[in-house]
Write a new protein. Sequence first.
Length: 179
Amino acid sequence: MMRTRLAIGGCLLATVFGTALFAAEQVRVLPLARDGRVFVSFEIPDAFTPDIQEAIHSGLATSFTYDVELRRGTSLWMDRTLASATVTASVRYDNLTRQHHLSRMVDGRVDASRLTADKSEVARWLTSVDHLELFRTANLETNGEYYVRVRARTYPRTAWFWWPWERLASGHASFTFIP
């Protein structure tokens, strides 16, 4: 009986502690509907941790994957997902040339790629996206309320322990569509 109580208490403590750590990793989102498209900017300011930097410097391919959804809230049922996209920013460090190979993919297609030796550029590349065209406004209603939700995950996972659920950083921002 005592072991059961300790196990339950430990799980609750781990959940609360993990949630408190996770709360600091929120995604800042800024949608912009213009010229028939929805442009999305987002960033995770504190995601470029020493663990991530160490994984990159070791030569391990490291990526941040962002699941972006254009959604419309409903009052009676679950919110509707109108469109979704997956953005993956990745880096591979070459120890011989001391260069970082950066690439960004949108829905499996290469969007951009470059080489750099600047670590601050690597941090910006992995943790922020500026004005990326992801969605069309053709199916949006005039004066309708919409929001963009972004969920982020990293590979490799840098935690030394295993969680039975995946930790995701997330954030969202609302906008009113005015053509």
